[in-house]
Design a protein around this ligand. Structure first.
Ligand code: PLP
Length: 378
């Protein structure tokens, strides 16, 4: 943890974003907040009180994250996208004991969950994950009802949900997403025709499919629940997704730790890739690729000092960058440097930095948020 880098996370921006998402779905449609990977780098510890104000559930990737969330005192619905390793009996038992809803995507996952239910004497609630074309985790669509029947019949296991995940909801061409939706609808129809379609006790399964992109642009995929992640934190999933006025909730800042003069013709950084075309004043900022500030920002990204923009001159190092202060003569050692701006229009907003690096906003926030000190503001 490097405490000279600070992520200021805005509670009001997160509340605004959840409100916008709420406005997109019909009343009665549940919103399951995806908080995997430390809230995509935005800091689960600081955001938990804000996120748990009014919600219908949380989703995480790994069992460890699910248990961490339970440890915060949240006693509602937690869906775990990945399952425990099949030989990890302790974790498996703890998940069942603590009422974490696990994903079943194969017969062996079902077997492992059922064994844990037996060991603990508790009922394990599960959601079935169907692969409708993403080609990742999930039971192939044509085997889904068979697995659902097995889960329904399995003692100690209660299927309470069924879901799929889109590969192209955030792309301009949504053909594949529509094909996935059709396949998912077919699975649901087929499941309904079975004698004990939706679990022995609960009667109905919670059906869900939509990530942020589908929540925003594909209302026909909302079903009973949506699973937005990136939108909560204020980023649009991609440039091809409708702009809905989300507010980025994280600003990352550092302090200027040194300044110096470099003559015209001088250079800076590994490989000496940047040449100063005038006598320049430069500043050193303690952030680098070790903090998730990507090396591809070299010679292209800007940071902001006050309202002024300063170019990153030369390569991004592991722990420092050099910025051009020539046009910001009043910048002083100790001044705040805004490395990532919460203003979506700023050149150093998450979305603009992602564009610059040829990546997605997710990678920027996950990378930067890993080792940073998070504080909640407003
Ligand atoms: C990460 C994830 C989401 C959320 O995706 P966003 O694009 O961040 O909204 C939803 N569902 C599953 C299965 C995921 O893995």
């Amino acid at each position: 943890m490097k405490n000279y880098l600070t992520a200021s996370v805005s509670a009001s921006a997160v509340r605004h974003n959840i409100g916008v998402l709420r406005g997109l779905v019909a009343p009665g449609v549940k919103i399951c907040l995806v908080v995997k990977d430390n809230c995509y780098g935005h800091g689960l510890d600081v955001l938990y009180p804000v996120l748990s104000e009014k919600l219908d559930g949380f989703a995480v990737a790994s069992p460890v994250e699910a248990l961490e969330l339970r440890g915060k005192g949240y006693d509602g619905f937690i869906l775990c996208f990945l399952s425990a390793y099949f030989d990890d009996f302790d974790i498996q038992d703890e998940l069942v004991e603590k009422g974490i809803t696990q994903t079943v995507m194969s017969a062996s996952a079902l077997e492992s969950i059922q064994a844990a239910a037996k060991r603990t004497g508790k009922t394990a609630q599960v959601h079935l994950k169907v692969d409708t074309g993403m080609g990742r985790l999930g039971v192939p669509a044509n085997q889904a009802t068979k697995l659902l029947e097995a889960a329904t019949a399995a003692e100690g296991v209660e299927p309470i949900g069924i879901y799929t995940h889109f590969a192209t909801a955030g792309e301009e061409d949504k053909t594949a997403a529509f094909q996935q939706l059709e396949l998912f609808n077919n699975v649901l129809l087929e499941a309904e025709r079975r004698p004990r379609p939706f679990g022995a006790t609960s009667g109905t399964l919670v059906r869900h499919a939509a990530n942020s992109a589908a929540t925003i642009d594909l209302p026909q995929t909302h079903f009973d629940m949506v699973r937005p992640g990136i939108a909560i934190y204020g980023c649009h999933p991609s440039a091809d997704v409708s702009r809905i006025g989300l507010k980025p909730c994280m600003e990352v800042s550092a302090k200027l730790i040194a300044t110096k003069h470099i003559r015209k013709g001088g250079r800076s950084g590994y490989g000496l890739t940047y040449e100063y075309t005038r006598d320049s004043r430069v500043g050193i900022v303690p952030v680098g690729y070790g903090d998730g500030y990507l090396r591809s920002f070299s010679n292209s990204a800007v940071v902001r000092i006050g309202k002024a923009e300063a170019l990153v001159c030369g390569r991004v190092s592991m722990d420092q960058i050099t910025v051009d202060l020539t046009d910001i003569p009043d910048a002083r050692v100790g001044d705040k440097v805004e490395v990532v701006s919460a203003d979506p229009a700023a050149p150093n907003s998450v979305e603009n930095l992602a564009r610059l690096a040829g990546t997605i906003p997710y990678e920027i926030t996950c990378g930067l948020g890993s080792y940073i000190h998070h504080v909640l503001v407003d």
